[in-house]
Design a binder for this molecule. Sequence first.
Ligand code: PBG
Length: 344
Amino acid sequence: KGPNAPLRVNNKGKAWVPQRARPRRNRKSEAVRSMVRENVVRPANFIYPLFIHEEDFEVEIKPMPGCLRHSLPHMLKEVEEAWQFGVRSFVVFPKVPDELKTNYADECYNPSGIVPRAVSMIKERFPDSIVCTDVALDPYSDQGHDGVVQDGKILNDETIMQLTKQVVCQARAGADVVAPSDMMDGRVGAIRDALDSEGFTDVSILAYTAKYASAFYGPFRDALDSHPGFGDKKTYQQDPANGREALLEAALDAAEGADMLMVKPGMPYLDVIRRLKESTPLPISAYHVSGEYAMMKAAVERGWLDERAAVLEAMTCFKRAGADVILTYYAKDAARWLCEDGLV
Ligand code: PBG
């Protein structure tokens, strides 16, 4: 006779712990699991970020194995590859030569600058693609900040004046979505008005609503040589300790005409994604940032993580948290894996 547990023997003489509900029945086969699966990632959910520069060669980005700084022709090849796996959306991040950087970042609205040319190239080859542009001054700023600097301070409204010129330039080049990542107050409304006044009522705004002053952007700043020239970005990007503050930013961005809201970084901020999802009917995007990518790659290189399983799990978790869209350096690989698994 065993210990006194609710163990019985059924009519067939087999061990039986009487209970009617057995959640494992819904996990008994891949067919059942797939029938009741709550969240599924599709390649169309991804936005694929691409680093670009004026050179005619590619440069590997050390802390981001597998990511390159592309020449424009090579960027197009990368877009073509990702397109074959169902990726439809792209965002370009430029590395700008030092001699073009100024405090007012005027190069950001040069119509023959690298970003407008990259946008038109992609749109010409793939008219049905969704080309997004980052709206912020930092790649063009000799201060390494997302805004115009005066006496060590980031000027909010002067910065917005430059951002409105930048978005109009990007829209003229064919951008479908502009994504302000600067975190200045009131920029979404100003950008909406600037676009509308130039006839671009169809250009969408994906607002970096809850962008935190995060240590996880390091590899990105290495990639673009855009580390802050002095201090940090804590007077404009949010304090990682705050969750409720994201709700204020979300309410403002929605009222100012944002079409989608972004949370950045991704995995350490899944709670913020969930809170925004519950507070607004707008679609939510997660940004799986450079540091998160670098951490995974580092563990994979050491053989400590199964890359494919871990990445697809992370993407699914973004969905479960409430993200509709996922901006990730893994977009092409993840889309390929989904295709290979026949999950598209
Ligand atoms: C800057 C910008 C940053 C990222 C996207 N846009 C860096 C920053 O705010 O310093 C980071 C993305 C990443 O780490 O992948 N406007």
